[in-house]
Design a protein. Structure first.
Length: 192
């Protein structure tokens, strides 16, 4: 089960290239993102461009801000001593994934990070995906899958997920893109 709320940009306001002030499930920390429809065109990714095979109708973009940041705090479902003991013994693994990309030969990009925290909120580990460079996209508008997996660090009780879009050059649009963001846990005996 995906622990992220609205990792696919499908819920809440949006659908155009216009920035929004709020995103369902996320806290906007900086800038103003856009939840752009794959049918908008005008250089934005379409359903014909490389991206998730099972995409919805929208994706995240950086809007018009030089830097846009969204955050989501996720409690890890490790209720009870047995769950905490499994994490602390290294028997729970996480997988983080997302489709990240940008526009043509521009270097605007998106970065997805997961910072695991202990019960006091102190960071204990960090996993970072992206950004995907123009060369990695073959100089075209595209989203490329990135993923990482490892053991959930001992003592972790929550994860802070940060999605950052950065405009690298001049221009109005922040053309970092993201879609199909996911964070899952798996215990040695199945789902955590």
């Amino acid at each position: 089960m995906n622990l992220l709320v609205n990792g696919d940009a499908e819920r809440g306001p949006g659908g155009s290239a216009e920035p929004v002030s709020a995103v369902h499930g996320w806290v906007v920390r900086e800038g103003a993102p856009a939840l752009v429809g794959y049918d908008v065109g005008n250089g934005y990714p379409t359903s014909a461009d490389p991206g998730p095979a099972h995409r919805g109708s929208r994706f995240f973009s950086g809007g018009n801000s030089p830097r846009t940041a969204l955050v989501q705090d996720v409690p890890l479902p490790v209720d009870g001593p047995a769950g905490r003991a499994a994490v602390d013994a290294g028997r729970v693994r996480y997988a983080v994934s997302g489709w990240l990309g940008g526009y043509a030969t521009q270097e605007d990009g998106a970065r997805l990070s997961v910072e695991f925290r202990d019960g006091r909120g102190t960071p204990v580990a960090l996993s970072v995906l992206g950004p995907v460079t123009a060369a990695e996209r073959g100089g075209r508008t595209a989203l490329v899958e990135r993923s990482a997996q490892a053991a959930v660090p001992p003592g972790a009780r929550s994860a802070r997920v940060l999605l950052v879009f950065t405009r690298s050059g001049s221009g109005v649009s922040n053309d970092g893109y993201a879609d199909a963001l996911s964070l899952t846990l798996t215990a040695s005996g199945g789902r955590a």
